[in-house]
Ligand binder design. Sequence first.
Ligand code: K7E
Ligand code: CUA
Length: 666
Amino acid sequence: MKSLKLLGLSTVVAITALTGCKPKGTETAVSGDAAQKVYVAPGKYDEFYNFVSGGFNGQVNVYGLPSGRLLKVLPVFSVNPENGYGYSEETKPMLETSHGFIPWDDQHHLSLSQTNAEVDGRWLFANANNTPRVARIDLKTFKTVEILELPNSAGNHSSPFLTENTEYVVAGTRFAVPMDDENGDVPIDSFKENFKGVLSFIGIDQQTGGMDLSFQIEAPGINFDLSHAGKKKSGDWFFFSCYNSEKANTLLEVNASQNDKDFIMAVNWKKAAELVKAGKGRKVVTEYAHNTWDESTHSATSTMKKEVVVLSVEDMKEAMFMIPCPKSPHGCDVDPTGEYIIGSGKLAALIPVFSFDKMIKAIADKNFAGEYDGVQVIKYEAALHGEVQKPGLGPLHTEFDGQGNAYTSMFVSSEVVKWNIKDLKVLDRQPTFYSVGHLMIPGGDSGKPFGKYLVAYNKITKDRYLPTGPELAQSAQLYDISGDKMKLLLDFPTFGEPHYAQALPGDMISKNQVKFFKIADNKHPYATKGEAESKVVREGNKVHVYMTSIRSHFAPDNIEGIRVGDEVYFHVTNLEQDWDVPHGFAIKGNQNAELLIMPGETCTLKWVPKKPGMYPMYCTDFCSALHQEMQGYVRVSPAGSNTPLIYSLNNKKDNAQSPVKEGETK
Ligand code: K7E
Ligand code: CUA
């Protein structure tokens, strides 16, 4: 969405004049009882969890609503020094890809798992935009437990969106690119012949949530921007917004804005799945990483997959259609009944609303306007329910309240517009401060919205908070939508750049929270299940420290006999069996982050000391009154020295292991 900030630069003169216009009446926009409505008293829980994408920080941020309090930053696609995600040996495989280890990505969209088109509180799915991947977060532990890379794709923007029973997570590529099994080393201006837009269908195991790339569809080389599944009557279908039907490969802000209409593409995913089952599609050889987290070993594994089944446009002839949609559609949203599909043309002066029933009839009647790269194009009027006239400028995204109303964000005119889905009349408009991107109603893209609040996620903050140098916090705004008119209640700053978000009632997941991991169930190969088992083992130049932590000491806490040239692995097991008692671990000179070890878990920090000396280590998380005493020393001797390897707690050295015993040369 960044590009939209530049929208007004040269092409759209009329809009240029309006991008600078800023809504008036900031103070009067807030009603008298706003404070009371967002006040959550100390010790009380918020009503909703709000999961907000972190944009260019690659993480997912969790807020409470209505308070706007930040509860947690969940590491997903970027390393996180706070808890060692991407730094500890156990979590590093989560960020492996076919391009190697990637410590950063750009995260835009989130989808909560659904059952019967209602959010069910099991999992949260997130996209990585830059190096195409989809992640699954387990809402029992708030941990990223799986990441699947997507081949034949680039710019995984139209992702991840879910079918109504979480059968598939679907992802459309933003950039058309040559297929992975074809030579990508071709002139860029061969775009029209060589570039394809691929849609990915990731099958979800209903018990475990495990992801598997079931198949892909090789669609025309168009840019897929967003999507949503149909629901209820349209539950077998998926709808994707597409821009750049011009197939421009340079200066898209001008060249991809030529056509009066681009498309919404409708795909019958059930038929596609049947075709694959019937043996259609070709096997494309490629490489993509599948990374999974195992909660019994507290470790991730990365495996490289080699193949994917790809359906062609020809295969999909009866199951894939285009609907013309004005001017570079961005958001593609389906109302709670599944009947209405809303395309938001960023440059359009109206919002088209399509009817699912009419679309099906148009297909049956072969009411087509022609073909686009082999895909039948349904006549615009044949699928159209109607247009919302003069809704505002720069419509982007639409959510629903379950009462027959839609709410659309207007990036350019900086407002949220409420309108009636049936008669398409605008009912209310409220300013946003400023330049709203996505908006979100809890459950607002499902078949059962909770419809009490709406949050606008704004791109520009300007004067809303105390200034903080050249970069200001991005901002969210909470509106009360329980009445006829929307009421602004609250501003709260956000982390990174928020795009899409999801929310659900707190009690749907709060009661299922894992409070600690049972030490008896810990199957980590280097777990140390009691202090008596703690030890230090040398294997050549690798030294494994089997360490425990409990309030308020490490075992062992004195280690000697480490040499320059050693690779030391601190496998720290947190022996606590109590909620909210992590221990930290840090050692002077460690080149990666620290560890934060949950109760019952084992985490590993790799440390390569560069020079001889005395290296203090300590717990970084204030865990008890004697937290500051939770410390120790590691003595590092020069390479080749014969300092015996000894380790102890409280100077008991019975377990001392001599390097000579290991049969090593000195
Ligand atoms: Cu509109 Cu990436 Cu969903 Cu941002 S996108 S706003
Ligand atoms: Cu353990 Cu502080």
